[in-house]
Design a protein around this ligand. Structure first.
Ligand SMILES: C[S@@+](CC[C@H](N)C(=O)[O-])C[C@H]1O[C@@H](n2cnc3c(N)ncnc32)[C@H](O)[C@@H]1O
Length: 207
């Protein structure tokens, strides 16, 4: 789907992904001290808003201007202190500028062809501080045959093994695993990957 198709989808519904944050984002990030976060392909901003309510300063980027408008509307109902911590921008995560020195970068259910995904993810890693956290969560390739929902194009799905293979030289890997998610239609299979940008002079992942 291109930006135009996403605009159409976001125009037809109230909140496509709902306003509560993703459950795995909450599970993995609740205990972290707040800092600066980058939410790439943030959609309607459910995860950005949750982070901002917890004290994070968040830059949220999506190429759907309809999604970004909806994210701003959702945020407008929050206290001023929360709104002031949110910076939403319309842009393509493969080439937009977003600055550096982030403590956290998120890519939640972002599905791009492998080379584009790697390009965007490596740009995200480059913008992290040393020890900054990269979190990727999306529909696992096995979801096509064994799960429910999500994109049906195998070219844009991935597995934890794909992410480990593609990113082992760039981050210290904390988590690379499949997660099952119960939905009304059945059990969906997700891939979860969490890594940290290495501090200067340290090795990444030992063989
Ligand atoms: C399934 S939604 C997920 C939104 C959000 N991360 C969430 O979890 O609620 C995927 C989003 O990726 C965005 N997207 C896809 N490719 C993009 C790109 N190259 N640059 C910016 N946004 C992109 C779409 O506009 C859409 O909002």
């Amino acid at each position: 789907m291109d930006a135009h198709a996403w605009d159409e989808r976001y125009s037809q519904n109230d909140l496509v992904w709902g306003s509560p944050p993703n459950a795995v984002v909450v599970e993995q990030l609740t205990a972290l001290p707040h800092g600066r976060a980058l939410d790439l392909a943030c959609g309607e901003g459910r995860n950005s808003l949750w982070l901002a309510t917890r004290g994070w300063h968040v830059t949220g980027i999506d190429y759907s201007s309809v999604a970004i408008d909806k994210a701003r509307t959702l945020a407008s109902r929050s206290p001023r202190s929360v709104r002031e911590r949110l910076d939403y921008r319309t842009g393509d995560i493969t080439d937009a500028e977003w600055g550096e020195s982030y403590d956290l970068a998120l890519l939640i259910y972002v599905h791009l062809p492998r080379s584009q995904r790697n390009h965007a993810v490596r740009r995200a890693i480059d913008s992290l501080k040393p020890d900054g956290i990269l979190m990727i969560l999306g529909h696992d390739s096995s979801n096509l045959e064994h799960g429910v929902g999500g994109p049906q194009d195998p070219e844009i799905l991935y597995t934890p093994e794909d992410l480990t293979h593609d990113l082992a030289d760039a981050v210290r890997i904390d988590i690379s695993e499949r997660r099952l998610r119960e939905t009304e239609a059945g059990t969906a299979i997700d891939a979860l990957f969490i890594g940290r940008r290495p501090t200067l002079g340290t090795e990444v992942n030992r063989a």
